[in-house]
Design a protein around this ligand. Sequence first.
Ligand code: PEP
Ligand code: MN
Length: 340
Amino acid sequence: MMIVMTPQATQAQIEAVCTRLETTGVHVSVMPGELTTAIGAIGDPEGVAELGLEGLPGVDRVVPISRPYKLASSELSHQQPTILDIAGRTVGGGSTFCLIAGPCTVESQEQTLGVARAVAAGGGSMLRGGAFKPRTSPFAFKGLGVPALEILAQAREETGLPVVTELLDAQHADAIHEHADVVQIGARNMQNYALLEIAGKLGKPVLLKRGLSSSLDELLQAADYVLKEGNEAVILCERGIRTFETATRFTLDLGAVPWLKLHTHLPVIVDPSHAAGDRRLVEPLSRAAAAVGADGIIVEVHEDPDAALCDGPQALHAAGFAAYAADVAAHAELLGKRLA
Ligand code: PEP
Ligand code: MN
């Protein structure tokens, strides 16, 4: 922490701040400047934050120096990228690209198995599909619930694809634990801290989506909630954020990918489907995600998107999935990655 004094601060006020800081056991260093004096506090930033120094006479501002996220940070313990092995599929680490694909929502056994076969045949790495859906309108289709998890398990059985599905509510934790290979936390729940702790305790890899209006600092602090439960397996997902632009469903923040790669050891994937809201944009955004260094993509696919109960306009046609996957793989290869 750095405590910046006002230009009018007196020597006594500077000393009072130092005395207060010393009670927390931090190392205090006074740096007089031409106009103002800054006081460096090296050590436990939380202890310093609790002192409430902003209110002391002569203090202009208190500036945190270290980052607010701890466990997700590549600064502290983790110098090496986290590499996950999910039923033989590698996520992260720079030599593979993970292509997670499937319907937005499990609608029936036939629909899900049909898409799962197309995903497996096209070289996809994992199958996605929602059983419990967060819907903006309470009157919209909210998913089949537990029967959908059983359908996903059947699809895994038949295709060998690990299954990614969303944990929407704590009451579904046991059922999700039983059937999912990867537990998705949706954008709307990124700041549901109690749910993040529950997800962390399940002991399965967690795919954490960025909140609709969350900063990357907030995303990494949300990841800390999962990591602090002793669960090292967190995949971050950029899925578009709210901006003034309404032409696309959300604004895909591609800059987030290299920024996250600099600041965290966790794998980072991109969801072009929810960002675009329009299948015509999904392939170009997928190429961009691969080119900008993402560790993978999660994309929505349906055999008959016009008949989909959720997110049809953004779903790729299952019949075109193999060509799409080949195009994504070619772009990932430019960075030396092969499909996981
Ligand atoms: C989804 O993956 O189907 C979904 C609802 O995503 P998000 O939480 O990013 O909106
Ligand atoms: Mn969806």
